[in-house]
Design a protein around this ligand. Sequence first.
Ligand code: AMP
Length: 173
Amino acid sequence: MNRPGLVMQAAYIALGSNLNNPQRQLQQGFAALLHLPHTQLVAQSSLYRSAPVGYADQPDFVNAVAAVTTGLAPRELLDALLAIERAQGRAREIPNVLNGPRTLDLDLVLYGERVLDEPGLTVPHPRMAQRAFVIVPLAEIAPGAVVPGLGCVSDLLRGVNAGDLVMLNPVAA
Ligand code: AMP
């Protein structure tokens, strides 16, 4: 459902999980995005397996990216994403470890071409350009999307090591 008079923005959401059946966590995450108010899920990437970054003593992650168009403001969208994480029982098995294991992590990586740096909300997501597990699935569904200050996603693809990822379920053409 759209809000009358609201401009719809393209936004991109990165999903990641490495606990409690990660592939199912991501499928449930996509399903939850379908039900966000004033929002349409317009594309979802394949699922990719990636080795953990930072804290290595944990299972591999499964990652993907969703494209939505939304009438929600950035903060409303982020709050909705955090609510989905909580609804899927997000657990941090090792508290206070950055990049530690989690049931479902949702990051707002792009919101149109907006640049936001507020308490609790930074867009574009600050580490997206270095992360193959964000850039590769994003390039699959939105190669021409612009990351403010950095260029288009297809250019950023050249700067990450796509060989770190294994595609799990190619999307049928
Ligand atoms: P993490 O669990 O490492 O993904 O961090 C989640 C926290 O990062 C949340 O409390 C958010 O408020 C904050 N945050 C800041 N910018 C973003 C963003 N673009 N997407 C998701 N979370 C963000």
